[in-house]
Design a protein around this ligand. Structure first.
Ligand code: G3I
Length: 356
């Protein structure tokens, strides 16, 4: 009996060993690689724009590609300035500005107009103009109303007057002020409003973040305009700043502008890494990270404003290769969120983090 049991157990063991199915080796399924790329404007809780160079928009697909993909607002870096649009008294040159307006309309992007009246970038026919104050008033009014009317319904907002104040807070002794007195600024807003009552009208300037005197002068002018019923809807802070600009100064500028109750546009943001204009300096990842911290702080602080006041943030051009800064300071710099190879820098991600 014992012998039979042993045989049976052995047979069962052999049977079970033979009948054991081969375990199939696991099939490794590799998920398809889906690259979910970011688009800056889709990640931001307010409009985000860039000032653009029309020649690069037309001729450089990497440049225009970034603008198309990353931004939902554009400003002409130069194409809507007095000298560009109105090169002689009876000649208007709309071609470049119209190109940008058409591009923006086709791509559902907002276009911000920059700038109707500024003390510089004027054509020689204006700087050489001879006439009494009525003739100067007519010149200024005609320019404003012709330009605003041309773009009516297409350009929804304007920097009406740019840089009226010195850093000390006194009005700049511009040709406009010399010929027309200090209150020309208010009349520019009235003329623009007459031409397009639905356009949002901004006063644009730099230095809010480093000159309390200038900031106060700007805020006082806006308070005065509001009291007098002058049509002003927003304040543009250029924010051409340096990597050393402090948190406190950035906060003071943003909260000051917001205290007007008007819309706030950070209108020309760039952050210099070489403020001492050193010649033998190279971009390093340390510098890029320092810059990213500033970009993040600007966006984060701005994002605390009420939704109705957040007109948006515009950087002044797109990549480090195209920025006005190196030419202006006569030294290398890397002030923008894209590098000269059209690649995103740490500042790009920092903007997105600041907007969360
Ligand atoms: O278009 C002419 C070209 O025909 C000529 O051959 C060439 C020779 O220098 O000059 C070209 O014009 C230049 C223009 O940019 C377009 O490239 C001007 O010289 C040059 O002065 C002008 O600089 C612009 C500057 O404003 C003055 O208008 C900068 O690109 C632009 O970034 C800068 O932007 C200003 C904002 O409007 C206001 N806030 C400050 C900001 C920086 O200065």
């Amino acid at each position: 009996m014992k012998k039979y049991s042993l045989l049976l157990a052995t047979a069962l063991l052999i049977f079970s060993a033979c009948s054991k199915k081969e375990t199939p080796s696991p099939v490794v399924v590799t998920p398809p690689v889906v690259v979910v790329d970011t688009m800056l404007y889709k990640m931001m809780p307010f409009p985000v724009g860039a000032a653009v160079n029309i020649s690069l928009m037309k001729n450089n697909v990497r440049y225009s590609g970034i603008v198309t993909k990353e931004y939902n607002s554009v400003t002409a870096e130069n194409a809507m300035k007095f000298g560009a649009l109105h090169p002689s008294q009876n000649t208007y040159n709309w071609a470049d500005a119209d190109y940008l307006v058409n591009y923006a309309q086709l791509g559902n992007k907002r276009i911000h107009g920059h700038t109707l009246i500024w003390y510089t970038s004027l054509p020689t026919w204006v700087t050489n103009f001879v006439g009494d104050s009525a003739a100067w008033e007519n010149l200024m009014k005609t320019h404003i109303q012709t330009v605003v009317t041309h773009f009516k319904g297409k350009v929804a907002s304007w920097d009406v007057v740019n840089e009226h104040f010195e850093d000390t807070g006194i009005p700049r002794n511009s040709v406009w002020r010399q010929k027309l007195g200090n209150d020309y600024v208010a009349r520019c807003f009235q003329y623009a409003h007459e031409a397009d009552p639905s356009a949002l009208l901004f006063y644009n300037d730099y230095g809010h973040e480093y000159s309390a005197a200038k900031r106060t002068a700007i805020l006082n002018m806006i308070t005065d305009f509001k009291a007098r019923g002058i049509p002003i809807h927003g304040t543009g802070m250029q924010f051409h700043m340096t990597v050393n600009t402090s948190d406190a100064n950035i906060t003071a500028a943003i909260t000051g502008a917001a205290s007007t109750g008007l819309k706030v546009h950070i209108s020309e943001l760039d952050i210099r890494l070489n403020p001492s204009a050193a010649q033998n300096i190279a971009y390093t990842s340390f510098l890029g990270d320092q810059q990213a911290l500033r970009y993040k702080y600007v966006v984060k602080t701005y994002n605390t404003l009420p939704v109705s006041q957040k007109f948006g943030i515009t950087t002044w051009n797109v990549t480090d290769a195209d920025s006005w800064i190196p030419g202006w300071q006569g030294a290398p710099d890397w002030p923008l969120p894209f590098d000269a190879n059209y690649l995103r820098k740490p500042a790009y991600k920092a903007m997105i983090e600041g907007g969360k």
